[in-house]
Structure formats: C-alpha cells, structure tokens
Design a protein around this ligand. Sequence first.
Ligand SMILES: O=C[C@H](O)[C@H](O)[C@H](O)COP(=O)(O)O
Length: 235
Amino acid sequence: MSNGDDLKRQVADAALGLVEPGMKLGLGTGSTAAAFIAALGARVRQGLDVECVATSSATEAQAKAAGIPIATLNSAGELDLTVDGADEIDASLSLIKGGGGALLREKIVAMASQRFVVIADESKLVDGLGAFPLPIEVEPFGAQSTLRMIGMVGREAGCDGEVKLREGADGPFRTDGGHYIADCAFGAIPDAALLGDMLTMIPGVIEHGLFIDMADAALIAGAEGVRVLEPAAET
Ligand SMILES: O=C[C@H](O)[C@H](O)[C@H](O)COP(=O)(O)O
C-alpha cells in the first residue's frame, strides 16, 4: 500500500468515528471518499444500520457492492452527515472540488446535510485556492460560448488562465447528469466568493466547483496522524 493510500485509509477510519447507528449519510466521490465507503461497508456488513445517498454513479456502484443501502436524496430527505474529499482546501475550509466531475451532485448532497465533513491528506491544504484548475459543470448547448463567458468573468474577478473542456475517452467528458466540465487554469483566485457569485450568473453554467462556507470540518491525514480543522470563527 502506498503512503497516499495509507493516509486515505487513516482519514477514512477517522471519519467513520463520526458515524452513528441510524444516520442518513451522504457519500462523496473520488479516491478518498472511496476509502471511507470501503471502511463504512465493512461496518455495515457487521450490522451497522445506516441509509446512504451517493453523489455519483461510481460511488453508488461501490457502495452497493459493499452492501451499503442506497436511497435517493428525494426519499432520504435531510441527511445527518456527508463525508467527501476535495481537490484543494484553504484555511477557511473553502474548497475546490470536481476533479472527478461529480461536483454538482456533491454540492446538492452536501447542502442537504446537517454536517458536511471533508477528508483529505495534507497535500490538499493550500494557502490560497486556484493552483488546481477549477472545474465548472456546463450545459453542452453552446458550450464554447459559455467557456468564453467563463474566461471573461474570470478576468473580471482577477483570474486569468486557459478555460478548456475536459476530454473523455470518446469526446468531451460527460458528468452523471450529462453535462460537460470546463477546467479553468485560473491560478491564484483572489476572491473565491466573488468569482463563484459571478460564475453562477452565466446561463450555461450549471454549477462551479467552489465550495465556500459549506464545510463544517476537515479531517486531514499527515505524518503526525489525523487532525481536525474547523472554519475560523468570524470576528
Ligand atoms: O468530483 C470529484 C470530487 O470532488 C472529489 O472529491 C475530488 O476530486 C477529490 O478526489 P480524490 O479524493 O480522489 O483526490
């Protein structure tokens, strides 16, 4: 097992400590969330009673194979806890997500949860967001026009960099919802809240991968073990 895999397993085990019998859980997407799902599955097979909502078809398939009961978000209603990974995490627990293309369902599920906890290894911690190209889910109709508008809006928000469609095995990558993903190499994002607000005003933008003021805590695995970060209190 690589060191990265070991850190994912450690942080997944730590997140399992937040799960109580009878909880309704949101299950994130990506390799770190997959480590959590594997750990959760082992507990479910030992008799832990939970009801879960998946943020992607990949997560749903993994969870079902592990014996975890999966419900729709419509039938589950409000969730107690969602556990998910991230591509970048800053000190205020603002996130970039969507490296795996699941950001829309991830954001819907996180918003439907009383508690949203991010799990990651310490390589995901950043001083400022933006080194990881920001994923934005876009409507396929007129996508090139939407990409140009994203570039313009980015420059107005102080970000500049290439905006390009993510490629899949056979043409543009498609999300579970059938949309495209624009990856935006903005570099440093000076004001993520402003950029997020401006992006949502573009009609072809379905959702962006900036998760601001959403995470209640981050569990971060590193050489010294797993530590808990919480958003700094407003002064
Ligand atoms: O769309 C994918 C998600 O936002 C993932 O949670 C994110 O990309 C982190 O994935 P990983 O844990 O594999 O680094």
